[in-house]
Design a protein around this ligand. Structure first.
Ligand code: SF4
Ligand code: SF4
Length: 356
């Protein structure tokens, strides 16, 4: 697949000698243009492939295929534009005539009017400055929360965190302590986005986020809530509903960096602590801030992907909800509906199972 562009990239170079040594006339000019176009049509896609590779090298399981609906929409749009305003070629170059009316291509040549209207020093300072800024941008330090940490004595080397991490920030290595397990998990801090998805993956409580160990989350849960609201901080604008939620005294809110931070045992802890129902709110599918958090959580709750939820837990008491921050206010209504649903469910004879 990768050889085809490479071959077509090299093809014009076989004629490079004749290209540079042939006299410039109407015939050779067409050859030159063909060479240039051929080269650009091969080189640009090849360069794009390399850039795409660099762009996604940090992501595990990158999705390279665009959704069908977007592909169809783009094809339709291009088709329409080509019918309404077809791309036409200018007349062939004729070296015996002085060109007077040349069609101007704003798409490719937009910079020329800017260049001719600005003094040279200003134009070149601007170009150099913008190029430099774009070049150094990836190295500009942003505030990054501390990376997740593995508690080695609890790690069994089961590899689940490595399978779930969306950024390839975990690797397994041979054991460095005296425990009998073969492997141990190691976090690669410079890749870690502190999403907490690995906290949710680990059935052995062996991964912690700074300031949010799984023990701390469970301590928060054990607060006799009637409804436990586990919420991804990226799925809502919390300020918009903070006051309303504060007045809901029977709702205990725990905000998480990603909904994938939820380990099924946390849900169990919530019910053991006396919660009547647990409301789990994450980002809409395909829009997870950390790529995979909502997908993995759903799979965990549906018994498709480990760690699994205790079979004794009544699934009717768990509400999975997906929200976009622009619809934040809907959350309040959904919580009320959930509360009402639980009330009906309780009065119709379904008691909460005692999980021991
Ligand atoms: S999921 Fe937990 S136990 Fe398994 S390898 Fe990762 S840290 Fe270790
Ligand atoms: S916190 Fe997120 S990015 Fe960091 S190791 Fe865990 S899953 Fe990977």
């Amino acid at each position: 697949m990768f050889l085809a562009p490479l071959q077509s990239l090299l093809l014009p170079w076989s004629n490079i000698d004749s290209f540079f040594h042939s006299p410039v006339n109407n015939e050779s000019l067409s050859g030159m243009l063909f060479f240039l176009l051929h080269f650009l049509h091969s080189a640009l896609p090849f360069a794009m492939l390399i850039l795409i590779g660099i762009h996604i090298m940090r992501c595990s399981r990158p999705i390279l295929k665009t959704p069908n609906i977007i592909t169809m929409a783009v094809i339709f749009m291009m088709l329409m534009v080509s019918i309404i305003k077809p791309a036409t070629s200018a007349k062939p170059a004729d070296l015996s005539r002085l060109p007077i009316n040349i069609p101007f291509d704003w798409f490719f040549f937009f910079i020329y009017p800017v260049k001719s209207n600005l003094p040279k020093p200003i134009f070149w300072s601007m170009m150099t400055g913008v190029t430099l800024i774009l070049f150094i941008m990836p190295w500009i330090k942003r505030h990054r929360p501390p990376a997740a940490q593995v508690v080695l004595e609890k790690c069994t080397g089961c590899d689940q965190c490595n399978k779930d991490c969306p950024y390839g920030a975990i690797r397994l290595q041979p054991r460095t302590d005296r425990l009998s397990y073969k492997m141990e998990a190691v976090i690669i801090p410079e890749r870690c986005a502190a999403c907490g998805i690995c906290v949710g993956s680990c059935d052995f409580n062996a991964v912690n986020l700074s300031g949010m160990t799984d023990i701390q989350i469970k301590e928060e849960i054990i607060n006799k809530p009637k409804i436990l609201l586990l919420i991804c901080e990226h799925s809502i604008r919390f300020n918009a509903i903070a006051n309303i939620i504060k007045r809901m005294t029977n709702v205990k809110v725990i905000s998480l960096p990603c909904i994938g931070t939820i380990q099924p045992a946390m849900i169990e802890t919530g019910f053991k602590a006396g919660a009547d129902g647990i409301f789990v709110c994450g980002c809409v599918m395909g829009d997870c801030h950390y790529r995979k958090g909502n997908i993995w959580l759903l799979a965990r709750l549906r018994d498709i992907r480990p760690p699994f939820l205790n079979k004794k837990i009544d699934r009717h008491r768990i509400r999975e909800y997906q929200l976009s921050p622009i619809n934040t206010i809907q959350l309040v209504e959904e919580i009320h509906l959930f509360e009402e649903g639980l009330r009906v469910y309780n009065t119709s004879g379904y008691k909460r199972l005692q999980i021991t």
